[in-house]
Unconditional design. Structure first.
Length: 223
């Protein structure tokens, strides 16, 4: 099989998606519209943002509702953290959520679907090189944060849209399979390194990076 990266191109995130940093705080203000907030912990602890999450109640302005309501295919990342190596954790919204807004300390990334497949964008943001790169860009002393330009200038490796869809589908299936095995072993995301669960999770991380950088040869990915 041909190495998938041969037909790939490199694009900065700002050229294939819109990025907004939320200013919707955990407050209830008289005169504003009642909403539910997808907060930092919702993103940090969930790979998928769905209606099953118990979102907190708050209020927002009409402008904030337009800008930060969650749409199908949105990718959310944590913008701030206590340590730089624990930043830019991504989550994916598979469906639009009426009345749910992206909250403070988060950025919402909305794919230009003519240039990047939303779930491929999510998997790219979950890959080790991008997570590590954004960690290096974080600034602070006791708490670290990302500037919007650091997020905007992330470099993505992109095959064709067809290739992106194929890779995203492959990762959806393979990561779900690995996670099912880890659960059967009684492990979780915090499984110690060296344990069987830990080794499987390391394989999962490596698989994501290889798939979204073109290092993993997938027959349809080079289309």
């Amino acid at each position: 099989m041909t190495r998938a990266s041969e037909k790939w191109v490199v694009r900065r995130l700002k050229h294939v998606a819109a990025i907004s940093v939320s200013n919707v705080d955990k407050k209830t203000v008289e005169g504003e519209t009642s909403v539910r907030l997808c907060n930092y912990t919702d993103v940090y602890y969930n790979e998928s943002i769905t209606s099953e999450i118990s979102f907190m109640a708050a209020t927002a302005t009409a402008e904030q509702i337009v800008r930060f309501s969650l749409k199908s295919g949105d990718v959310l990342i944590t913008k701030d953290s206590e340590t730089p190596d624990d930043i830019a954790v991504p989550a994916y919204a598979p469906a639009s959520l009426a009345g749910v807004l992206c909250g403070y300390h988060l950025a919402v990334i909305r794919a230009d679907r003519g240039k990047i497949f939303p779930k491929f964008l999510y998997w790219s943001m979950a890959s080790a090189p991008i997570r590590q790169g954004l960690g290096a860009e974080a600034t602070g002393v006791t708490r670290f944060g990302l500037r919007i330009d650091a997020i905007a200038n992330v470099r993505l490796q992109l095959p064709s849209l067809e290739g992106q869809r194929h890779i995203a589908g492959f990762l959806d299936a393979e990561t779900a399979r690995i996670e099912a095995i880890v659960r059967r072993l009684g492990g979780d995301a915090g499984s110690p390194a060296g344990s069987l669960s830990g080794l499987l999770l390391e394989k999962r991380h490596a698989l994501i990076t290889a798939a979204v950088t073109g290092e993993l040869a997938l027959a349809k990915a080079a289309a």
